[in-house]
Design a protein around this ligand. Sequence first.
Ligand SMILES: [Cu+2]
Length: 126
Amino acid sequence: MRHWKMTARLAAFGLGMSLAAAIPEALPAGEAAAAANAAAIRIDNFNFTPPTLVVAPGTTVTWTNADDEAHTVREKDGKFKSAALDTDDTFSQTFTAPGEYEYFCSIHPYMTAKIVVKPGAKLSSN
Ligand SMILES: [Cu+2]
């Protein structure tokens, strides 16, 4: 019976995966592949690290607040903004259009950083 349970769990996992994979189906193959890209930014000691993150279009960037202090992630023109993030809270944003996205913490506006979305960018955090 134990074996059967494990198989069922694997099957459920597989179903979840295929549902997730079905969502970007409308996109051309190249864009669907890019959508799988992910990058991380850490908020720590009143800094966004890395301060400049270069990503390919379709990358989902996730900010994690590692500070004891609450912070937000807010694009300067309001293109995206998070709620106040407590310790260990995260905020994610997917970037599709190439360009530079400057953002700051609305609680501590001197905390600034930017995302550069560039076709062909490697998945890296320079
Ligand atoms: Cu802040």
